[in-house]
Design a protein around this ligand. Structure first.
Ligand code: GLN
Length: 547
């Protein structure tokens, strides 16, 4: 149940704001706190409110905003939701990511329907009411003890003002023991002065205070340990008790952050402020095991990830993290080499792939770099190097096989060459008459039947799976017979629409292409089985090379 004012409120709310600069890692801090609260028995979800006007990040170029993370229910969301899922092993949904664009979209739709009964529709109260309604949506399901809400952007930005005002109102409505605000800030270190500086934090807290919000806890990103006189200073000038000045020192891996936050007692301080008592003794055993394996590998492999957004590793965040999870599980360190598919047109670079123990061709859109990706697949196929293709990577594998094994020299995807005589990858029927770009791809989780005796079935060890999608094009079934006769089989098929989801070459040591995005479901405690097998196969391959 969910009531306001003097009545009972069961769900507790933690709002996380940021100051001084962006990219301080609010998502990681939120996910780490969520993990710690989960470890003492609370059910936790995390949501992110982003101040930009796009209705969702689905239409954003990865260079703008990093990877677009897709949830089971087909929402295209901010990449921080990936961290929430990977840390907490929970599933998020559309409700976990709301942008200014969506808020305005909802308010304007309501206005058009006449829901505001002739009133002038304004930022206050209509936009802020809509924001608050969305703040409370997950809490109202009654499934969670605690909801952590991360507010994107920086305090003081013009565009975050309505969110900050809504946090102020929400805290007032919910009451001090039911809602707290954590402010994440930066303490820059001035080498010449040999000092950590508190002024930017003081200013950013002042900006919050002007908006009517006194932060309960300060989490301070820093490259150096925070001496006690600096903690005292922060406490005094920001009205935050000294225990609640938390040091967030740079970590070796993001997965260390929950333990570092625990050392600083962040979980206990939060629980005290929310008047909660732990439901059980902290259980982080599995997490610590994971870190132990991650940090003490017995082997190591090099894997090339071929894509066109490689200058910005955030564009492939979930793939990078899936390798981290798989490397802990296999105790085999994975050195990911990011290879730009545009450079692969050049023979020399293509030959440099020979030093790799595995090749992954990444997801993507559009023509740029496509031939390099196709060449990379051919290189892996001919040289028996373990190959893993994801989404566009799988489509490239199909094109390469069509051209070089079936002899269809003009085989292509109609995404790149609409008039190709051999459209081995073609637009899905449902996509043909669509004109809007936002939210119209095949999105979210769909079932997939695995072929008996296939590599896919062995890897998953089950006959049906559900994986997440984000694409418009698909394998053209008119060619399926020819492919299968020539040795590339469809080992995973969507049972409802007969869409090919997995292609593999059984005669190759490891050659698997998937139309879906397995990287979106890999978590710390449940690494994705294809990534795990891929790393194992890469290691096997490396060992045979050495013999
Ligand atoms: N561009 C391809 C499609 O739309 C692949 C998409 C992807 O890799 N996510 O089908």
């Amino acid at each position: 149940m969910f009531f306001f004012g003097v009545m009972e409120v069961q769900t507790k709310y933690i709002f996380v704001t940021g100051g001084v600069t962006s990219s301080l890692g609010k998502g990681i801090i939120s996910a780490s706190l969520g993990k710690l609260l989960q470890a003492v028995g609370f059910s936790v979800s995390i949501q992110k409110f982003d101040p930009y006007i796009n209705v969702d990040p689905g239409t954003l170029n990865p260079y703008e905003h990093g990877e677009c993370f897709v949830t089971d229910d087909g929402a295209e969301t901010d990449l921080d939701l990936g961290h929430y899922e990977r840390f907490l092993d929970i599933r998020t949904s559309q409700s976990n990511n709301v942008t200014t664009g969506r808020i305005y979209f909802n308010v304007i739709s309501k206005e058009r329907k006449g829901n505001y009964l002739g009133k002038t529709v304004q930022v206050i109260p209509h936009i802020t009411d809509e924001i608050k309604e969305n703040f409370y949506q997950l809490g109202k399901t009654g499934q969670y003890d605690i909801i952590i809400t991360e507010i994107g952007g920086c305090v003081g930005d013009i565009e975050s003002l309505p969110f900050i005002e809504s946090v102020r109102q929400a805290r007032w409505e919910l009451g001090a023991n039911n809602a707290i605000v954590i402010h994440l800030t930066l303490l820059p270190y001035l080498k010449k002065a040999g000092e950590l500086k508190t002024k930017p934090t003081q200013h950013s807290v002042k900006t919050l205070l002007e908006a009517g919000i006194q932060p309960d806890i300060l989490v301070c990103r820093t490259e150096q340990r925070i001496p006690s006189d600096i903690r005292k200073k922060l406490s005094l000038f920001c009205n935050v008790d000294i225990k609640s000045v938390i040091e967030a020192i740079d970590a070796d891996t993001i997965y260390d952050v929950p333990l570092l936050m625990r050392k600083e007692n962040l979980d206990q301080i939060v629980l005290d402020k929310l008047r909660l008592t732990p439901k059980r003794k902290t259980d982080l055993d599995e997490w610590k095991d994971f870190l132990g394996h991650l940090k003490n590998p017995t082997d190591e492999v090099s894997i090339a990830v071929v894509g066109k957004y490689v200058e910005l590793p955030d564009a492939y965040k979930s793939i990078a993290e899936s390798f981290v999870h798989a490397s802990a599980r296999t105790e085999c360190k994975v050195n990911v080499q990011w290879v730009s598919s545009e450079d692969l047109d050049n023979d020399k670079l293509l030959r440099s792939l020979a030093n790799m123990d595995g090749i992954l061709v990444a997801p993507g859109f559009g023509e740029r770099g496509i031939e390099g990706k196709i060449s990379a697949v051919g290189f892996a196929r001919r040289n028996q190097i373990p190959f893993f293709g994801i989404c566009l990577g799988m489509q490239c594998a199909v094109i390469e096989f069509g051209r070089n094994v079936l002899g269809l020299t003009d085989a292509h995807s109609t995404e790149m060459r609409p008039d190709t005589p051999n459209p081995v990858i073609d637009l899905m029927k449902e996509q043909q008459n669509l004109t809007d770009k936002g939210g119209t791809m095949r999105l979210g989780a769909y079932p997939c039947d695995l072929k008996k005796g296939s590599m896919a079935e062995q890897i998953y060890n089950t006959s049906q799976i559900k994986e997440r999608h984000r694409h418009r094009y698909e394998f053209n079934n008119l060619y399926l017979k020819a492919y299968e006769q020539a040795g590339m089989i469809a080992s995973g098929v969507n049972p409802e629409q007969n869409l090919v989801e997995i292609m593999e070459i059984p005669s190759h040591p490891f050659f698997v292409g998937v139309q879906y995005h397995p990287e979106l479901k890999s978590t710390v405690l449940r690494p994705h089985p294809i990534f795990v097998r891929f790393v194992q196969k890469a290691l096997e391959y490396k060992k045979t090379k050495q013999n």
